[in-house]
Design a protein around this ligand. Structure first.
Ligand code: ADP
Ligand code: MG
Length: 669
């Protein structure tokens, strides 16, 4: 589900509380690097031009809940003012009467910066009372602090309970778009370069990117644990014993998947004097150092950089790549003798011709040191957040923002549950959903259970749907049920053209593939008649589209889905279409052992949304909900919902049990 952005809300004259990441380096009381301040200027200018009163808040450093004058944001207000060309007001707290008074004084287009949120211990504890105080001065919330999006703090998550709407700024949108691209259809070859000190920081990323990357290059301190796991002698080099096993598994998996995993073949090692802190202390003078074979680092020697042969290999490995992600220096680049590897890799990336995405504080510093920062495609403003995202985790600061459309969780019970069972189901589920926000939950039951179910859901957020209908209102149609009969039974929704009811009347192979289910005989045109009849009766159709295995293998997926949509919605105007919910069923992946992963589901649903925009207009396409109707379970729903195009699920088997369906509903919030 896409999150709402500043573009989706009215801001004129509104007090906008905006979380930014102004965690910038300070030197002698002034801002030493203003990259992070510049990064939010697009959102800031957008808001100011539209007459918003902008209140900014941020953390800076780690004051650990205490007021530390050296971590005041006052110098940032100064620098921001210079960049904007207007004066930026500043208050010495982030909550309280002084803040309220300062906000009161703001005119449209003016900017106020609040003091470091981490001067209050409640910030990092995500304390609700504190969050409410933060929220008290504003009409709406904008989060543009990508660098803090992986933290569930009061200013990133807590206050979203007390302010509405809560939307994303342009920086968060841009960062997510770039990173998502790496996880969905990166241009190939896709090469990942990882370094830095700790295995624990990066192992999750290696594990996840093994599924996507063509090559993974490992340097820096973390490479030695990999070398050790291969049985090599690493001397005194950094070793993370706890992760030895995980590292071994990763190497085995890489081999299994045919992903090339490159490790250093030679290193620049040194005899580091006892007690030296790396890299905080300056490089010890006269420290013995030499290039050694990565498999035979002598005792008492420590690998601190990749050697010349490795540099050459890494350079060759990134040539011809189309996409590269880099995080973590190749060595202790802060010490001049050990900076060559990192510099060489930075230059190799710049020369590779690939779109290079870089994340991580030290990596960015290294890029600047090598003078190639402007050759990069994208530099993330949040190292930690980008790594967590690439691990496949969701970011709490993003999750807490409003969805652009209300999500839908529809349970398709198929030929299951009597009236009594339907009632019992509601009795268990409904009490657990009293605080449900913005999810349309629909239980689609067999005809015989509809009336009982409709009674049971009264006073709950649950809605009732049927699984089919006939398009005539009355007449000689033995066994059929009309739209108004469904209304009479208490339905608000109806599933139309489910794959189990459709037939395609193509070749014999398709017929066999279809498993005799086409006895029900729904096709694109009966679906269209049913959609029109449902809308005329005031029922909301959930229209299923999707392709079979043979169709997918012939590469017909996108065209077929466009055709199904055009026919299903034939004759509907934009206003009518906006009522319709679409569900994409990858029929080829249901019960076949084949998987339609979240990325592919997102891609096809993107095709559906573009088709809707072509058939109607962008606005209509943006309001229509498009669900995934594959095998949804509590385990995979979060990954699906993190995809921007997926607005919810049409859930089969997992909707029969109130507990598993509850988990799915909650993941849709
Ligand atoms: P980033 O900030 O780019 O994400 P990390 O914080 O993960 O990078 O790691 C950067 C640190 O790793 C640097 O300070 C560097 O000195 C250290 N480092 C790199 N290689 C080694 C090594 N071989 N031994 C010890 N420390 C290393
Ligand atoms: Mg770092």
């Amino acid at each position: 589900m896409r999150k709402k952005s500043v573009r989706d809300v009215e801001v004129e004259g509104k007090r906008v509380l905006m979380r930014v990441d102004f965690n910038v380096p300070l030197e002698n009381g002034t801002v030493a690097d203003d990259t992070r301040i510049r990064a939010v200027l697009p959102t800031l200018n957008y808001l100011r031009e539209r007459g918003a009163k902008v209140v900014l808040m941020s953390h800076l450093g780690r004051p650990k809940g205490q007021r530390k004058p050296e971590l005041s944001l006052a110098p940032v207000a100064q620098r921001l003012g210079e960049l904007l060309g207007v004066s930026v007001a500043f208050v010495q707290d982030c909550i309280g009467p002084e803040v309220a008074a300062a906000v009161e004084r703001l005119d449209p287009g003016e900017v106020l910066l609040l003091e470091n949120t981490r001067f209050h211990p409640e910030e990092e504890k995500n304390c609700p009372t504190f969050a409410r105080k933060l929220a008290a001065v504003a009409d709406l919330y904008v989060n543009d602090a990508f660098g803090a999006a992986h933290r569930a703090h009061a200013s990133t998550v807590g206050l979203t309970d007390y302010l509405s709407p809560c939307v994303a700024g342009f920086l968060i949108e841009k960062e997510l778009e770039v990173l998502r691209r790496l996880l969905t259809l990166p241009e190939r070859p896709f090469v990942v370069v990882l370094g830095g000190a700790k295995v624990s920081d990066k192992i999750g990323v290696v594990e996840n990117l093994l599924n996507l990357a063509d090559k993974i290059l490992l340097g820096g301190g973390l490479a030695y644990t990999f070398l050790k796991a291969q049985g090599k002698c690493i001397g005194q080099s950094l070793l993370d014993e706890e992760h030895l096993e995980a590292v071994q598994e990763v190497m085995a998996k890489a081999q299994e998947k045919g992903v090339e995993l490159l490790l250093p073949v030679d290193v620049m090692a040194a005899q580091v004097p006892e007690g030296t802190r790396i890299p905080q202390d300056p490089e010890p003078e006269g420290m013995p150092h030499q290039i050694v074979d990565a498999a035979h680092i002598p005792d008492h020697w420590q690998g601190l950089d990749i050697g010349p042969q490795t540099r050459q290999q890494f350079r060759e490995a990134v040539q011809g790549a189309k996409t590269i992600f880099w995080n973590g220096p190749m060595g202790v680049f802060e010490w001049p003798t050990f900076a060559a590897g990192t510099n060489a890799v930075a230059k190799a990336l710049a020369d590779s011709g690939a779109k290079v995405v870089v994340g991580g504080g030290e990596s960015v510093a290294a890029l600047q040191q090598a003078g190639v920062a402007d050759k990069m495609y994208h530099i993330c403003t949040g190292g930690g957040a980008s790594l967590e995202f690439l691990e496949g985790r969701t970011l709490p600061g993003v999750e807490a923002l409003d969805n652009v459309r209300p999500a839908v969780a529809a349970g398709n019970w198929k030929m299951h549950k009597t009236s009594g069972e339907a009632r019992a189901f509601v009795q268990v589920l409904a009490p657990q959903l009293t605080d449900l926000k913005e999810v349309e939950v629909v239980l689609c039951a067999p005809f015989t259970a509809l009336t009982a179910l409709a009674e049971a859901v009264q006073g709950t957020p649950l809605k009732v749907g049927a699984q089919d209908l006939f398009w005539q209102e009355s007449g000689a149609y033995t066994g059929e049920i009309s739209p108004s009969m469904l209304k009479d039974a208490g339905c608000t929704h109806v599933i139309i053209g489910h794959s189990e009811r459709r037939g395609r009347f193509g070749s014999y192979e398709e017929f066999a593939d279809w498993n005799l289910l086409e006895v029900f005989g729904d096709n694109d045109w009966t679906v269209n008649a049913k959609v029109k009849a449902a809308l005329a009766a005031g029922l909301r159709p959930i229209v299923c589209v999707g392709e079979m295995l043979a169709e997918r293998e012939r590469g017909e997926t996108d065209d077929l889905i466009r055709l199904q949509l055009r026919r299903a919605l034939h004759g509907l105007d934009a206003e009518e279409a906006a009522e319709v919910i679409i569900a994409y069923e990858p029929v080829w992946a249901i019960g076949t052992g084949k998987v339609c992963d979240a990325e592919e589901a997102n891609r096809v649903i993107g095709v559906i949304r573009r088709t809707l925009a072509e058939l109607y207009d962008q606005g209509t396409a943006e309001t229509m909900r498009i669900l995934y109707g594959g095998s949804i379970k509590p385990e995979n729903i979060a990954g699906l919902m993190a995809q921007p195009e997926i607005d919810g699920g049409l859930v089969g088997g997992a909707s029969l049990d109130p507990e598993s369906f509850r988990q799915i509903i909650r993941a849709c919030e």
